[in-house]
Design a protein around this ligand. Structure first.
Ligand code: SF4
Length: 556
């Protein structure tokens, strides 16, 4: 058992639903208890799709358990085939149905339906949503492509070269975009644009918008573009073994990665990218170099999310924004190795966890100036008073925006630049607050004024300003003027003299006042360093002197 309040991913059958909902003319029959239809809302409310997911649930109840639940499943499968007339069906069980061990695969085989029926084995107690999506996509492609055409990679290459020499355009599939994917809708457009600019034809985009008959055409392409390794890497590896199709490894998030992606794609297609790349102008590259962005240099950033977006965000942070990556990690256990390797190149050890409390602890410990994460990190950052931008699923409804908002390609890089910079205080305000700390309206206890209503609310009510969660100091303080507290402090001190080490140091009022003069965005870090210094040196009280000693100690 694991006590869980928030979970980064849903159960694997939600992953399967993401594939089914992305596709057309495919139906999913899910053996599941009454109530599991809640998952429909992810698609109709969060993604705001104008249709119900193509899923039929058996919705068995407690009283059905004494009867024939297998028959219930057979009826549901038969009826959904008759009603929806899909080209193919996937069948499987949710967590509870897994326990009653009816066999959806075997039961549908017995029905002898005149379409391909693909059984899914999704271990709900070991695996999660992205794995479920990846496995479902793989099983669909595996079952629907014609396997007797298996060819070796060398044959595939020579066939491609012949086609190219005969003047036929190179072609590729785009693999990975699903329903409920973070910006998948717009990433497809952006990546398609890049491929078209290079003169590459797009054979099939899948699973998004693909029908089972489209899936059968996948082997006809020269190579595969993998947009989201969490979803499509297993399938792409299998396609490469089966049909000799190579696949891309670079995910085009960020300007540098988009350039690398175009080079990689051009190489796989056997064409040149130079002319196309010369024509590309990137706003975000110039914006990041423009003098207004100088104040971004060295900003300490913490990054968390799925592996693909975290690895990409770290690269952009360091190489395109000039930030300092102080922490990174992922909840994607299947891609932990990749994130660990990426983290090493920033001199960091990656955090691999799906426990948001562990992430929160790390953010508090590192005191970053910006958090890039999921919806969970948005809550964590809010509590800790740190600016935050969302870079990865899981996300709320506002991250399925009406406007065009890709993350991939050159337009994606523009979107990213604006999104990440937005929560940060602008340069001039940051500078002025450091000079004039006492201002009633613009001070370090209120958020950046360009964030509008929050700042205004804080400024218009003194009480709100004091209670605002932003940049608060929550440290125990000894007030020398109050003998009672002083006494308490002394008693505490006496009791701790028995211990060999001190585990909490208390701030004196003047030291705390001095701490308040440190610019808010590095104050948390200064506070933690000073406390650490005091504890390590056996001090129970932090005085002005301790503060300066700690500063000198850490700046050595
Ligand atoms: S079957 Fe799984 S997804 Fe459905 S309610 Fe039970 S635990 Fe949740």
């Amino acid at each position: 058992m694991q006590l869980t309040l928030w979970t980064y991913e849903g159960p694997p059958h939600v992953g399967a639903m993401r594939i089914a909902t992305a596709m057309t003319d495919l139906h999913y029959v899910l053996h599941a208890p009454q109530g599991d239809t809640y998952a429909d809302l992810l698609f109709t409310m969060i993604e705001r799709l104008p249709k119900r997911p193509p899923v039929t649930y058996t919705t068995f109840q407690a009283r059905d358990l004494g009867g024939d639940t297998a028959q219930l499943f057979k009826n549901a499968a038969k009826e959904s085939f008759e009603r929806f007339k899909p080209q193919a069906m996937i069948v499987g069980a949710s967590c509870t149905a897994e326990l009653i061990q009816d066999d959806p695969g075997g039961l549908s085989k017995a029905l002898n339906l005149p379409i391909p029926v693909i059984p899914l084995e999704l271990p709900s107690y070991q695996k999660k949503e992205n794995w479920g999506a990846s496995e479902t996509f793989y099983q669909i492609v595996r079952h629907l492509t014609v396997q007797d055409t298996k060819i070796a990679a060398a044959t595939h290459i020579s066939q491609r070269q012949e086609k190219l020499a005969a003047g036929k355009k190179p072609s590729c599939n785009i693999l990975g975009p699903t329903a409920l994917g973070f910006r998948h809708r717009d990433d497809i457009k952006e990546v398609s644009k890049m491929l078209t600019m290079l003169g590459i034809e797009i054979n099939v985009v899948a699973p998004q918008s693909a029908s089972p008959s489209d899936i059968t055409r996948i082997p006809q392409a020269d190579f595969n573009v993998v947009l989201y390794p969490e979803i499509a890497q297993t399938t792409a590896s299998w396609l490469s073994r089966m049909y000799g199709q190579p696949f891309t490894k670079v995910v085009p998030i960020g300007v540098n990665a988009s350039i690398d992606f175009m080079k990689e794609v051009a190489q796989l297609a056997g064409i040149s990218e130079e002319k196309v790349l010369k024509e590309i102008k990137s706003n975000s590259s110039w914006y990041a170099r423009s003098v207004d962005s100088t104040y971004l240099t060295g900003k300490r950033v913490f990054i968390f999310g799925d592996a693909t977006h975290v690895i990409a965000a770290a690269r952009i942070s360091r190489d395109e924004m000039g930030f300092q990556v102080v922490g990174m990690g992922t909840y994607s256990r299947e891609f932990a190795k990749d994130v660990r390797e990426a983290a090493k190149s920033y001199g960091l050890e990656a955090i691999i966890t799906d426990d948001y409390l562990e992430v929160e602890e790390k953010v508090a410990e590192l005191s970053p100036e910006l958090v890039l994460g999921t919806q969970m990190e948005r809550h964590i950052a809010k509590r800790l008073g740190v600016p935050c931008a969302v870079i990865s699923a899981p996300v709320h409804v506002q991250d399925f925006p009406a406007r065009y908002a890709p993350q991939m390609g050159f337009e994606g890089a523009n979107v990213i630049f604006d999104t990440w910079i937005h929560p940060l205080m602008m340069g001039l305000e940051e500078h002025l607050i450091m000079m004039f700390r006492e201002d009633f309206e613009f001070n370090s206890n209120v958020p950046a004024s360009h964030l509008g209503h929050v700042g205004a609310a804080s400024a218009s009510s003194h009480q709100v300003t004091e209670a605002a969660p932003y940049f608060e100091l929550e440290v125990p303080v000894v007030d020398q003027e109050q003998p009672d507290k002083k006494e308490e402090f002394d008693t505490q001190q006496q009791s701790t003299t028995q211990q060999s080490s001190v585990d909490q140091a208390v701030w004196s009022a003047d030291a705390l006042k001095e701490l308040g003069k440190i610019p808010f965005f590095v104050r948390g870090k200064a506070r933690r360093n000073t406390e650490k210094y005091a504890i390590e040196h056996g001090m129970q009280q932090i005085t002005l002197e301790t503060l300066y000693d700690a500063k000198a100690y850490y700046s050595r």
